[in-house]
Design a protein around this ligand. Sequence first.
Ligand code: CP
Length: 288
Amino acid sequence: MKNLFALKDLSVVDINGILEEAIEFKNGKKYDKLEGKSVVNMFFENSTRTLYSFLKAESNMMMDETNFNPDTSSLKKGESLYDTVKTFESLGYDCFVIRHSQNNYYRQLTNINVPILNGGDGTGNHPTQSLLDLMTIKENFGDFEGLKITIVGDIRHSRVAHTNIAVMKRLGMKVYVSGPKEFDDGSGEYIEFEKAIKEMNIIMLLRVQYERHGYCMTLEKDEYLKKYGLIMERVNKMKDDAIIMHPAPFNRKVEIDDPVVECKKSRIFEQMANGVFVRMAVLKWALE
Ligand code: CP
């Protein structure tokens, strides 16, 4: 049985296999062996892209999908996460997609006997986001070895950054971090933003996660944009074939200026589109 809790549990061969499968799905490959398999999407934290691209992926695979609503469930009577998931397993469901605000929530679910796909845990892991980021990079550059990326912004609170830094290094990329020093948690080599703009193949921006801050960010929004935001003046200094990525949702006029969101170098909506195909490939990998 295969769970996808964190990308560190997958070999490079597995990761490349999922990416190749996702690209085949994007190119129109059909697959009907998951028809009728049932999946419960359990989102204990808000989501637009992850939840709805999983739903689209499940529907493309002709699976039976159920959306669990924590607010109307027996969690409100004190039932635990484990007992809730075990209940759905007893009801005969074949797979779970779970997002939870608690880091490593899945460690309490190791006795569940059907695959669990992590849709994001706290500030820890977001494996399917990372896979769709990798798919977008692979489509744009063909390979990972030697590519230079700077992840800019709220590294400390970002499960996307933590997942990407680790997997991108494993795939041979040179990974740097930048942005306000208060967000630098030591998980990557720091580079000055203006230097990164000129030297990188990829600039990946992160949302300032105001909802996770136990304190107020010291920079005002307009100051952030001026010092660390991607504005067109900076985009124009990037390498010709360099690209801009952002896992989204984004704070317009904070880490990214309006005209940059859909500029020629931006791959933000391509990333979202790839999310459906990566999640189809992950469902196939876990359930076939
Ligand atoms: N990128 C991402 O995880 O977006 P959602 O929070 O909308 O799912």
